[in-house]
Design a protein around this ligand. Structure first.
Ligand SMILES: NC(=O)c1ccc[n+]([C@@H]2O[C@H](COP(=O)([O-])OP(=O)(O)OC[C@H]3O[C@@H](n4cnc5c(N)ncnc54)[C@H](O)[C@@H]3O)[C@@H](O)[C@H]2O)c1
Ligand SMILES: O=c1ccn([C@@H]2O[C@H](COP(=O)(O)OP(=O)(O)O[C@H]3OC[C@@H](O)[C@H](O)[C@H]3O)[C@@H](O)[C@H]2O)c(=O)[nH]1
Length: 389
């Protein structure tokens, strides 16, 4: 229920209810953002997506305390003239819609480029033409590889943060060659960032760009064969969850040496809320949103998830919990990877005073508890079926 006490922004000014057109509201991040907006704020959401399974609990039944403050519009933004009307009705547009799963970048590169650049263009245009504020979701992938990754393996400079910390206003964007189609996503996201920035500079568009660094938590992607295609390859949290639920070894792509920082979705949503409710502090900025304290290699992530899952499920882990696979075998031709991703937090700290809170162990414990509760029974039944028939 929205709090009856007056809510104030970071400058002590009362926050009044606004209308938000949220595109991609039915996805992982959108579902958490809608939940937060409904339960803790007076704002209204025009939720746009082609799917609504992940926000069904917010839409039905009609007796929910926030009924009337969230409306679902089943719209494909590629080809629907209703989009401009919704953006005009709203005070703020948040665009989350994208193809953003690495398994698609080198196998569906055209869809990836269209989704992340071409389909986002009208959203930017309508916001600019109608003087509406835009919060656009980009990605940490725009940084690509670190400068340090090009140094000799034994160079002491690899230990120097100047060669790997990713800063919004300083770090270059370093992608692989064109046949490494992994980078089509990052490149499309970079170009839409540049276009939004240019709309700000030339036409006064009020914008904020978010660069998420591996946000993870409940409802991320799908479990293949249960609530998504059997042959589908989701992002690493769901891949490893699927392996753990099925008691299969976790697959380490190219040895699992890449490094990532993972942040709990609920911490990240707090940052987005501050952007929504503090436009004067957020407009014109690009923000890294991640947790620099939660860095692991993918191998370490697999080991930690195995331990945590054993704890929450009460089942001992299997004898060989991981297996190495080549990226070509796992993702196909044209895959490449980001070596290391540590966000610099200076800008978001200065503008919004935000810091992440949750440790990797704790966020995995709550997420894998959810995965076990949601999927373990369905997986058991799916595994039992072919034997029974
Ligand atoms: N989750 C992360 O860690 C992460 C990291 C970096 C960037 N991002 C960015 O954040 C955004 C949201 O990511 P997510 O993790 O919630 O992904 P998601 O796939 O769960 O959500 C995206 C949503 O957009 C919808 N969508 C896609 N194309 C659409 C279209 N043409 N019309 C209407 N709806 C459409 C999808 O149906 C989906 O519900 C994306 O732009 C992504 O690139 C996320
Ligand atoms: O089963 C698996 C799945 C993935 N991996 C590896 O785990 C790492 C993380 O993979 P993810 O699928 O979560 O995606 P990445 O971190 O590479 O990219 C993500 O980054 C930010 C967003 O823009 C996107 O959500 C996505 O592009 C990669 O090194 C990948 O090769 C495995 O080793 N095994």
């Amino acid at each position: 229920m929205a709090s009856s006490a007056t809510r104030v922004d970071l400058d002590g000014k009362p926050i009044t209810g606004i209308t938000i057109c949220m595109i991609g509201a039915g996805g992982f991040i959108g579902s958490h953002l809608c939940e937060k907006l409904m339960s803790e704020t007076p704002h209204t959401v025009l939720a746009v997506d082609v799917y609504n399974d992940k926000i069904k609990h917010l839409l039905e039944p009609d007796s929910l305390p926030w009924t009337g403050r969230i409306q679902f519009h089943r719209i494909n933004i590629k080809n629907d003239s209703r989009l401009e009307g919704l953006i005009k009705m709203a005070d703020l547009t948040i665009n989350l819609a994208a193809i953003c799963t690495p398994a698609d970048y080198n196998t569906r590169p055209l869809d990836t480029i269209y989704s992340n650049f071409i389909d986002a263009l009208p959203v930017v245009k309508y916001c600019s033409e109608n003087n509406k504020r835009l919060i656009h979701f980009s990605t940490c992938e725009v940084y690509g590889k670190t400068i340090g990754s090009y140094l000799p393996k034994d160079s002491p400079l690899r230990q120097d943060p100047a060669y790997y910390i990713l800063k919004e206003d300083e770090s270059p964007c370093i992608f692989g060659s064109i046949e490494k189609q992994r980078w089509s996503y990052a490149c499309a996201k970079q170009l839409i960032e540049r276009l939004i920035y240019a709309e700000g500079a030339e036409n006064g568009l009020e914008f904020t760009i978010v660069r998420p660094f591996n946000w993870i938590g409940p409802r991320m992607d799908f479990i293949p064969g249960i609530d998504g295609p059997s042959e589908g390859v989701p992002r690493v949290l769901a891949c490893f969850s699927n392996n753990l639920l099925r008691r299969e070894p976790l697959k380490l792509v190219d040895g699992g040496e890449s490094q990532r920082t993972f942040i709990y979705i609920k911490d990240a949503i707090e940052a987005v809320m501050l952007m929504i409710e503090n436009p004067a502090r957020a407009n014109g900025h690009i923000f890294n949103v991640g947790n620099p304290n939660n860095e692991v290699t993918v191998r370490q992530l697999a080991e930690m998830m195995t331990k945590v899952y054993s704890k929450v499920s009460g089942e001992p882990s299997i004898d060989s919990p991981t297996i190495d696979v080549s990226s070509k075998e796992f993702y196909g031709e044209g895959y490449d990877d980001s070596d290391k991703r540590i966000p610099d937090m200076t800008i978001i700290n200065k503008q919004l005073g935000w810091n992440p809170k949750t440790s990797l162990w704790d966020l995995l414990e709550s997420t894998l508890t959810y995965q076990h509760r949601t999927y373990a029974e369905a997986i058991k039944q799916a595994i039992a079926k072919p034997i029974a028939s």
